[in-house]
Design a protein around this ligand. Structure first.
Ligand code: C2O
Ligand code: CU
Length: 476
């Protein structure tokens, strides 16, 4: 039986602290390891976590201040770390074959795929990721990106948040401190003994990738976790709060709304999207969030009487997945925060040049089995699907068969149109993941700025990604 919702307090992940400096950068050291934790009350769950926590520690870094994160792998399988939304040099970006082998593991993990050797920069035990943080303030997250096994690795807990801050955002006076809450939302299924119930073909995650055939469309759980706790509850003041929402689910899409008993829903004032602040706040009654997307919103709990329970629900869910998190307004308090009418000056619309590239996301052959492809191709790390000149604004046209949340590494884009019509309200601002609906054509304006190298773009339904819906691009 599932636990009753809104009993467990909302956990706030620890904030990562630098352990020193390295070449002028702040050095952080993270150990990837297993831990036994209580997620479902009364049961133990073995997680794979950054520093043994799920979600991992939250990074809070400053724009323009470089960071090195030294990851040590004490898990039983290779791992790869990607900073999602990071403007990161190629060799630190988490190329799916840049494996970090478990400490002390000498087995041969060379990856052979459909008979073709796939070579990456495999390293033993520890890798240093160099992040220049030359990007605006934004809600990023980091997670595993291991070739063919991203979905089960993330499912076991390898994900965390990374907030980039800067002077522009700092000067706005948005709610801060205890009134700023990270909300990492993901769904999981649990076996009766408390373990994560993920339908891998090979539960050791060592050799055979993929999931049972009936999970082709993605793995959904019946428990919604926020910051790793099932349907938690949080006591809030009757003031504004800033919520940093990440959809870290493998395959679940949500539409979030704030229910008030006996009253109209509370609105979200959206101040930022994947790539940081919007030009101006946008009032949203619902937030449609596909896997990988982030929403930075302000909610004003002063709009309801003290004592009110405001519930963030998922209107796309049924039964247990319609519940998400509850805020219990317990006291009136003074509020010095504000949401200025103007937020940022660097969100001018991109004007695309003549280049239009089409990418069709659909089912297809992956070797001699079935999987997911882009323009009919299964992921090929050895050849680039497109070489993109730096500095050029292009139109990329994504076509879908079913839902595909498309994510591009390295630099954010802007959504231009859906089926030739204006994008939806939640497509606003700098995005790096766009929810492409079934049989839809989404046009985005893409521009890579200054880092040349090899990157990927892919579907962020992690089962689709593992089943080859990923492509290599080179920025040149
Ligand atoms: Cu969040 Cu390539 O992924
Ligand atoms: Cu997909």
């Amino acid at each position: 039986p599932l636990p009753a919702p809104y009993r467990v307090p909302l956990p706030i992940p620890a904030v990562a602290r630098p352990t020193g400096t390295l070449g002028g950068a702040d050095l952080y050291e993270i150990t990837q390891r297993t831990a036994d934790v209580e997620i479902i009350p009364g049961l133990r769950t073995t997680i794979w976590g950054y520093d043994g926590t799920f979600p991992g520690p939250t990074f809070e870094t400053w724009s323009g201040r470089p960071v090195v994160v030294r990851h040590t792998n004490r898990l039983p399988v290779p791992t790869v770390v990607h900073l999602h939304g990071g403007h990161t040099p190629s060799d630190s970006d988490g190329w799916p074959l840049d494996l970090v082998l478990p400490v002390g593991d000498t087995s041969n993990w060379a990856h052979v795929h459909n008979g073709v050797p796939m070579v990456g920069n495999t390293i033993a035990g520890t890798r240093e990721h160099h992040y220049p943080m030359s990007q605006r303030a934004a809600t990023l997250w980091y997670h595993d990106h291991r070739m063919d096994f991203t979905a089960p690795n993330v499912y076991r807990g390898l994900a965390g948040m990374h907030l980039v801050r800067d002077d522009v955002e700092d000067a706005l006076g948005l709610p801060a401190g205890d009134h700023e809450l990270p909300l990492f939302v993901c769904d999981r299924a649990f076996a009766a003994d408390g373990s994560f119930d993920y339908p891998s073909l090979d539960r050791t995650l060592r050799t055979v990738p993929g999931v049972e055939d009936r999970y082709m469309s993605g793995v959904l759980g019946d428990v919604v976790l926020v910051n790793g706790a099932p349907w938690p509850v949080h006591e809030v003041d009757g003031t504004r709060y800033r919520l940093r929402i990440v959809n870290g689910s493998n395959a679940r899409r949500y539409s979030f709304a704030l229910r008030v008993p006996g009253g109209p829903d509370l609105p979200f004032t959206q101040v930022g999207s994947d790539g940081g602040l919007l030009a101006a706040p946008v009032r949203q009654t619902a937030l449609d969030a596909a896997p990988g997307e982030r929403f930075d919103v302000v909610v004003d709990f002063a709009a309801v009487p003290v004592g009110t329970e405001v519930t963030m629900v998922n209107t796309l869910g049924t039964g247990s997945t319609a519940d998400v998190v509850r805020f219990h307004v317990v006291r009136a308090a003074r509020d010095d925060s504000r949401v200025p009418a103007r937020l940022a000056d660097d969100v001018a619309p991109l004007v695309p040049g003549p280049v239009v590239r089409e990418f069709a996301f659909g089912r297809g052959a992956v070797g001699d089995t079935r999987g997911w492809t882009i323009n009919g191709h299964a992921f090929d790390p050895n050849s680039s699907l497109a070489d993109i000149p730096l500095g050029q604004v292009e139109t990329w046209r994504f076509r879908s068969d079913v839902h595909h949340p498309v994510h591009v590494h390295l630099d954010p884009f802007q959504v231009l149109a859906r089926d030739g019509k204006p994008p939806r309200p939640t497509d606003v601002g700098w995005k790096d993941t766009v929810d492409v609906l079934p049989a839809e054509i989404v046009d985005v304006a893409v521009r890579f700025t200054d880092l040349a190298g090899r990157y990927v773009f892919h579907c962020h339904n992690l089962e689709h990604e593992d089943m080859a819906m990923m492509a290599t691009i080179r920025t040149v």
